[in-house]
Design a protein around this ligand. Structure first.
Ligand code: ARG
Length: 261
């Protein structure tokens, strides 16, 4: 679809604003087998191409992938709810949602509170700057005394807090945002000089806005779907579904569609 790219670009240049929990009409197909349990998914849009709003509609790789995976199971997806990223784990543990699909990195800290499915995507962190070329850092030390941004509760924020704050930059030079669209807009506006963000998302912003990846900081992250610790049956169904979509070509089709890989 040729206008798909255009609408994605328009989204990337116009949408900001903080996420409000919003129920998206569930129209996920009727699952075929019937009798399955209904589950609700949660995500945090503003993270292209994993999840974003296009003309009011929630779209992206995570949306398509989770729907395909659940389509392989006896579960039925009733719909999607939107949150800011740092509210997703509380929403899951409070039973507001049953699964998180949000480009969420599997890590030990989160694993203390929730479980994850098998990994479905790999990432490192990118340091994104304006593409005017005035500031071209090539390592973290080059970010010294610069205002830096990341999304609240993310592993990108973790890199800033662990590797930069208190050393290269002061606490007040770190700027935390409710979503990465706002961080990238502040970078474009010159309010901050770099954003630390997952590589595939950085590349998507760089393809659509006057920003570029200055360098990659290797973190070796892997994304998984988040599930409650007591939901072993759902977790194993999702893992079986992931294996099936990898085998039957759906996973490859979706990466081609959303990442051009
Ligand atoms: N992978 C990073 C993390 O897990 C960033 C995820 C942000 N996701 C989003 N939908 N905004 O912390």
């Amino acid at each position: 679809m040729s206008d798909d790219g255009l609408s994605r670009r328009q989204y990337l240049t116009t949408v900001g604003g903080s996420a409000v929990a919003l129920s998206v009409a569930g129209c996920m197909g009727d699952g075929g087998s019937g009798g399955g349990q209904t589950i609700t998914a949660g995500t945090a849009p503003g993270f292209p191409p994993f999840e974003m709003k296009e003309g009011g509609e929630l779209v992206g790789f995570d949306i398509d992938l989770l729907e395909a995976v659940v389509g392989q199971s006896d579960y039925e997806l009733s719909g999607w709810e939107e949150f800011e990223f740092d509210s997703l784990i509380p929403a899951l543990t409070n039973d507001n949602i049953d699964v998180i699909a949000a480009g969420m990195t599997i890590n030990e800290k989160r694993d203390e509170t929730i479980d994850f499915t098998d990994p479905y995507y790999s990432s490192d962190q990118a340091i994104v700057v304006r593409s005017d070329g005035d500031f071209s850092p090539s390592e973290l030390a080059d970010l010294a005394d610069r205002p830096i941004g990341a999304q609240s509760g993310t592993t990108g924020e973790g890199v800033v807090q662990d590797e930069l704050v208190g050393d290269e930059i002061s606490e007040s030079q770190y700027n935390s945002y409710g979503n990465y669209v706002l961080a990238i807009e502040d970078l474009q506006n010159g309010n901050i000089d770099a954003v630390v963000i997952d590589v595939p998302v950085a590349r998507t912003f760089a393809a659509n806005r006057p920003v570029e990846v200055a360098f990659v900081y290797e973190t070796g992250e892997q994304f998984g779907f988040g599930v409650r610790t007591d939901a072993d049956e759902l977790t194993s169904s999702l893992n079986d579904g992931l294996a099936t979509v990898r085998e039957n070509g759906t996973y490859e089709d979706l990466t081609a569609e959303w990442f051009g890989e």
